[in-house]
Each structure stands twice: as structure tokens, then as C-alpha cells.
Design a protein around this ligand. Sequence first.
Ligand SMILES: [Zn+2]
Length: 193
Amino acid sequence: MFPLASRHYPGSYDELLAWFPDDDACRDYLDWLRWRDGWRCPLCVSRDGWLLASRRRECARCGRQTSVTAGTIFHHARSPLWVWFAAAWLMTSQKHGISALGLQRALGLGSYQTAWAMLHRYRKAMVRPGRERLRGHVEVDEAYGGGDEQGVRGRQTETKAIVAIAVEIEHPKGFGRSDACVCSTFLTSPRTA
Ligand SMILES: [Zn+2]
């Protein structure tokens, strides 16, 4: 099944806010993603259970309690889930991504560290473990993410992320696999935090 915008995931930021006004809505969505064929106890695979007030599910057969966020990157997350969802949108929907400072401002987060940790957790999750290195003829370039910064040129950036991009060049077909890494997001400190 191919995921469709506005059907399987929000098609716009406005839609995202409408779909996920609170954490219960986010949990319902995670429920649907995780247990599309219906919930099963991870311990005894029974299908009989009930939802507790804490939003955890309790198995009717063995009593095991499970939470839809257990084992996901949202496990023990301190920020509300709807903030995490909005952060994921802001991070992936913009051509140049978003810096921790940008995220902090966009979502009105209490601290720069919260925004930084959130982005870091997402980026870590987006790296496929065990992936192979790029091979053959590889071209490398760099780009700057985070919008315009007044009076600043090139590598003088203080708030922007320098993104190194490497692409396998396959002749005669064109481009092969690509890889990108954010070099400076975590190394530079924002001018205003
Ligand atoms: Zn069970």
C-alpha cells in the first residue's frame, strides 16, 4: 500500500495541526500505524485486552501492559507527542530542513536543548543501520540549511547547518545513491538561545 497524502499522512501543515490537536489523537494514529491488523499482546499474542485510563493496553490473558510508544523513538519523550509530530513535519517538509533554533522558535519550545535533542533523535532514527558505503565515483558538495543570515557569507555562518552531500555518479545512467550529513548544526552555537 503506497502512503497517500491527506489519507495516510497529513498533506499540509494545517492538516497536520487539524489531525493531531492533542496527544490522544497522536496515540490513535500510532495505534493505527503499529497495530493495523488489530492489537496483539507482545508477550502471549492474545488479542483480548483493554485500554487503560493511562492509554496503555492491558492484556486480558497475561496482564502485560503495553504502550503504543514503547520501543519507538517517542518512548519516554518528555515533550508532548503533538509537538514531536509537528517537529517531524517541520524537519522534513522544508527543502533545507530546520535548525534547532528554528524549531525552537517555530514550536515555541522552552529551550534550545529540547529542540536540539528532538532533531538529534529524529536524525539518528533516520539513519539506516548497516547501510553500505557509497562506492565508485563519488562527488561531494556542500550546502547551507536554515534560511538567510544577514551580513554573513559562506562558512561564516553561525546559525545555519552545513550539509555535506555525497552522490554516487553512475555512468551513463546518472546519479546513484546519495548521502547527506549535517556537519555544523551541533557544533555551532546560536547567537540567541
Ligand atoms: Zn498477554
